[in-house]
Design a protein around this ligand. Structure first.
Ligand SMILES: Cc1cc2nc3c(=O)[nH]c(=O)nc-3n(C[C@H](O)[C@H](O)[C@H](O)COP(=O)(O)O)c2cc1C
Length: 324
């Protein structure tokens, strides 16, 4: 029986390029994430149907509701890409990226560049909503371009007016990148300003912080990025906290079992190309083992691991060396 009384926040896994592929998303869903989105995919990549794009778009039916996140700056090309991607993979919603701070994207007027061009922002949203033909279109924004131009309330109203059906707000400006702190007061003011659901995002790193931010901001949901990358159990911990229970403790053995399982699934996803899959897991392994005892030596071994058997040896040495 679900013991949660009253509404609870919807839990979103934040889209993260190079991290949130189908394998990781499903692991997070198993741990309690409600809504998943692909990493950002360029409209041009979709229109050219290139190989890398098709990998970004892979998902399994148990990931639904699943959104495809798109970036681009040309309303017509984005509209074409939306029609193509709906036809291609049939997602549950389209998410527009208006938050990416990366120069390669911003210099072509994509991502967060649209936050300082409200007419273009409106055009992009209008064009995509029309092309989606009834499929929900959501958007992810930052609170503004820089500290002198925090305009999340204005951009949110524009997006709502153009038919965007849900907004995720990362409480930082483009200029901040990932530095400083997410401003949840601005997120709360967006919640007040629009009628569509608002999902708050930025710096949620524990169940306690998640519930505090959710209650204080009035957001419909919360979106978690880096903390989920390091500690995906955060979704389970939030759900436990909501029902007033202590979450099961994640032991060192649990952690290694999870890591092994992630690697095994990644190898399957790479169609058995073990060395390549393990290479693609390196940054993930670094994130998972952050803060573990014996970190420097452990990380040095993990940097070189090329097989699942090699990983198991490292895990077994590490668990043995840290037995209570
Ligand atoms: C490695 C990495 C990749 C990211 N890629 C994307 C992306 O593809 N699309 C997007 O909207 N945001 C992307 N983000 C931003 C996150 O979705 C999120 O807004 C940000 O990390 C703040 O949330 P957090 O404090 O919970 O990490 C990325 C962040 C990181 C760390």
């Amino acid at each position: 029986m679900d013991s949660i009384a009253g509404p609870r926040p919807l839990l979103f896994l934040a889209p993260m390029a190079g991290v949130t592929n189908t394998v990781f998303r499903r692991l997070c869903k198993d741990l309690g994430a409600d809504v998943l989105t692909t990493e950002f995919v360029s409209a041009e990549g979709i229109l050219h149907r290139n190989e890398r794009t098709s990998r970004y778009l892979e998902f399994q039916s148990d990931e639904r509701p699943l959104g495809v996140q798109l970036f681009g700056a040309d309303p017509d090309r984005l509209a074409e890409a939306v029609k193509a991607v709906i036809d291609w993979v049939s997602p549950d919603f389209i998410d527009l990226n208006f938050g990416c701070p990366v120069n390669k994207v911003v210099s072509r007027n994509g991502g967060s560049a649209l936050l300082k061009d409200c007419p273009l922002l409106a055009n992009v949203a209008r064009s995509v909503v029309a092309a989606a033909n009834g499929l929900p279109v959501t958007a992810k924004i930052r609170i503004g371009w820089d500290s002198r131009s925090v305009n999340a309330v204005e951009t949110s109203r524009i997006l709502e007016g153009e038919g965007i059906s849900r907004l995720a707000v990362h409480g930082r400006t483009k200029e901040q990148g990932y530095s400083g702190e997410a401003d949840w007061e601005v997120i709360a003011s967006v919640v007040q300003a629009v009628k569509i659901p608002v999902i708050g995002n930025g710096d949620i790193d524990s169940a306690t912080v998640a519930l505090e931010r959710w209650r204080q901001s009035g957001a419909t949901g919360i979106m978690i990025g880096r903390a989920a990358m390091n500690h995906p159990w955060i979704f389970r911990e939030i759900r436990a906290a909501l029902s007033g229970q202590a979450s099961e403790c994640v032991t060192l053995a649990d952690k290694w079992a999870f890591i092994e399982n992630h690697c095994a699934k990644e190898i399957d996803w790479w169609k058995g190309q073990e060395a390549q899959a393990m290479k693609s897991m390196r940054a993930r392994l670094m994130a998972y083992t952050r803060g573990l005892p014996g970190g420097a030596r452990l990380r040095e071994r993990l940097q070189r691991v090329e097989t699942l058997t090699g990983l198991r040896e490292i895990a077994s040495d590490h668990i043995g060396g840290n037995a209570a």
